[in-house]
Design a binder for this molecule. Sequence first.
Ligand code: HEC
Ligand code: HEC
Length: 229
Amino acid sequence: MTSATRCLSVCLRAGVLLLCADSAALHATDWIDLRGATPVHGDAAAGASKATVCVACHGPNGNAIVPAFPRLAGQHADYLYWELVNFKRGTRPQSPMTAQAANLSEADMRDLAAYFAAQAPTADAAPASPSDRGEVLFHNGDPARGIPPCQGCHGSDASGIVDARFGSWPSLRGQHADYVVARLRDYRDGKLTDSSNDFVMRGVAGTLDDESIAALAAWVASLPPTAAH
Ligand code: HEC
Ligand code: HEC
């Protein structure tokens, strides 16, 4: 071994050790604190050309037709961006999105978030039937079970909160019921723990039984979608 290659090998070993130490340190606080996060800015026009692959599942302009695929059109850009970050980090459960997000750059995620946020939501051909129980739970919660009113964090009409500080809190209005059910179960089952937002929603979902989840999902899905506040 020449002195140059010996040096390289020592350096590499030192580097690997440093990386291991870093990832161990990272693991201790391996979640993203979104409290006070800076708003995300992307280029919607650039996002349009990057979105061709996405609309295969998320529908024209992000108005998904298949119930298991979430609607993206009109959602808060900050929320969309941070979810893409979660997929790229591999911390949302394995799904078709895991591979989709793997090769997105920081600029891609910002541009795609800006693009889908700017798209007009369109109603489903056959929206879900409304649920009275879902509506009551959404607006009043159920104190006896410890269920908080959803409107406090998702807006009285479920289209999000009018406050830029909460841009990473999603609109639920017109979101597909099947998707909402799956997502609430994931929070409840502790599968989503990658950000301060996940912890907030995990606490909420922990109070929900399957019947309440179905009623809430049906109610939000029955609302004609509008752009998020
Ligand atoms: C092969 C189908 C498929 C393709 C292609 C696809 N997605 Fe997805 N997407 C999904 C599924 C399924 C989910 C729900 C995953 C879950 O909840 O675990 C999802 C979820 C999402 C979410 C989270 C939405 C929310 O409300 O939390 C975002 C954001 C997203 N996709 C963006 C994109 C973007 C941007 C692209 C293109 C780069 C893309 N998707 C391509 C299937 C797809
Ligand atoms: C204290 C605030 C708070 C309350 C109350 C709350 N949520 Fe949430 N919710 C959040 C936050 C923050 C997120 C984003 C979590 C993340 O980043 O994954 C979220 C995400 C969600 C999502 C995921 C949306 C998507 O597109 O994937 C659903 C569904 C949801 N909430 C439903 C509800 C329902 C139903 C209730 C009432 C039982 C409720 N939330 C009450 C803060 C709240």
